[in-house]
Design a binder for this molecule. Structure first.
Ligand code: NAD
Ligand code: TYD
Length: 352
């Protein structure tokens, strides 16, 4: 079985749903259920005997040690993190606690568990740490995309805390021989994305007749990857990745934010035209820029393609259409998030 942390969040839940659809191997989910954790994302697994969920903190060393001893996973995949740059600017402390201190406690518990495994299980064990391209800092126009050798230059409290966790993971391999793998991925989009991030915020605000806030001049560039492609990359690295190695994961899809906003508006105009007959683009509003806003991220994903044969399955055009359609088809999920009812999902679903 595998242990997946942060499994009620955006990428973790997509990963667990895809894993359970593709594999017979059981999954133990561990998530603290912060504001970003939504158990409704995993509702379709509530009767699946191969999936179990535990609410808890990766920084709770005693709990993690007990779960490892009881369930004896062959791998730990660590998605748990505070993940929103704007929140890290307003209040960095949670980011330091979970992304740095929490990862440290998780690594310590995993090191003790792994160290006591019999030889065969010990050599088969993997700790896969899910990280971000933001640790590499910002690129100027036409500068080559980030390779795995690019120096770390994190610019926000979020990216600095992820960079610190990457360094800890690296050190646990170098010093203790812990069999680790790290992935650094570009911006994801797709189902179950919390509507504080750009793409789901645009869809939700557009339909509600609200402003579509574009920071600064909207010319910041991100490399966008459909979430299910990120999940397939993680499965690929888990299966075939070389121990101690880092793999950059990206969609070869650099877009300026303003282009993303117009693409989402065009799709909504087509799929759910506004009753007033106006384009959603009329709701675009330029707002004050994010402090320290990184100008451009771009991922060079040639290593994972060359060594492990991974490539994204979706283009941006197919992925963004699926995403907009998913939000239109899942208004109940959106409403539960917006009303805050998703936080009562545990009681609603499982009673006391
Ligand atoms: P998310 O914010 O949607 O989900 C994070 C999950 O972690 C939530 O369910 C939350 O409850 C849980 N969590 C937070 N603190 C915890 C703790 N102390 N113990 C246990 N669980 C805790 O984030 P996401 O977008 O799904 O990102 C998942 C991972 O992927 C993060 O590590 C993030 O840095 C990384 N990543 C994200 C992106 C992206 O575009 N979203 C891109 C590259 C890498
Ligand atoms: P976001 O989804 O927060 O991801 P990240 O900051 O991790 O890249 O933001 C994506 C880009 O969109 C980023 O350049 C900031 C910008 N942005 C806006 O212009 N308006 C918004 O309301 C948000 C949330 C983001």
């Amino acid at each position: 079985m595998i242990l997946v942390t942060g499994s009620a969040g955006f990428i973790g839940s997509n990963f667990v749903l895809d894993w359970c659809a593709l594999h017979d191997e059981p999954v133990l989910s561990l998530d603290k259920l912060t504001y970003a954790g939504n158990l409704e994302n995993l509702a379709s697994l509530s009767d699946n005997p191969r999936h179990s969920f535990v609410q808890g903190d990766i920084g709770d060393a005693e709990l993690v040690a007990r779960l490892l001893a009881e369930h004896r996973p062959r791998a730990v995949i660590n998605f748990a993190a505070e993940s929103h740059v704007d929140r890290s600017i307003h209040g960095p402390e949670d980011f330091i606690q979970t992304n740095i201190v929490g990862t440290f406690h998780l690594l310590e518990a995993v090191r003790a568990y792994w160290g006591a495994l019999p030889d065969a299980e010990k050599s088969a064990f993997r700790f896969l740490h899910v990280s971000t391209d933001e640790v590499y800092g910002s690129l100027v126009k036409d500068e080559p995309a980030f390779t795995e050798l690019h120096r770390y230059e994190p610019n926000s409290p979020y990216s600095a805390s992820k960079a610190a966790s990457d360094h800890l993971v690296r050190a646990y391999h170098h010093t203790y021989g812990l069999p680790v793998l790290t992935t650094n991925c570009s911006n994801n989009y797709g189902p179950y994305h919390f509507p504080e991030k750009l793409i789901p915020l645009l869809i939700v605000n557009a339909l509600a007749g609200k402003a579509l806030p574009v920071y600064g001049d909207g010319q910041q560039i991100r490399d966008w990857l459909y979430v299910k492609d990120h999940c397939s990359a993680i499965r690929c690295v888990l299966e075939k990745g070389r121990l101690g190695e880092v793999y950059n994961v990206g969609g070869w899809n650099e877009k300026a934010n303003l282009d993303i906003v117009h693409t989402v508006c065009d799709l909504l105009d087509e799929l759910r035209p506004s009753s007033a007959g106006k384009s959603y683009a009329e709701q675009i509003t330029f707002v004050t820029d994010r402090p320290g806003h990184d100008r451009r991220y771009a991922i060079d994903a040639r290593k994972i393609e060359r060594e492990l044969g991974w490539k994204p399955a979706e283009t941006f055009e197919t992925g963004i259409r699926k995403t907009v359609q998913w939000y239109l088809d899942n208004q109940g999920w959106v409403n539960n998030v917006l009303s805050g009812n998703y936080r009562q999902w545990v009681e609603k679903q499982y009673g006391e």
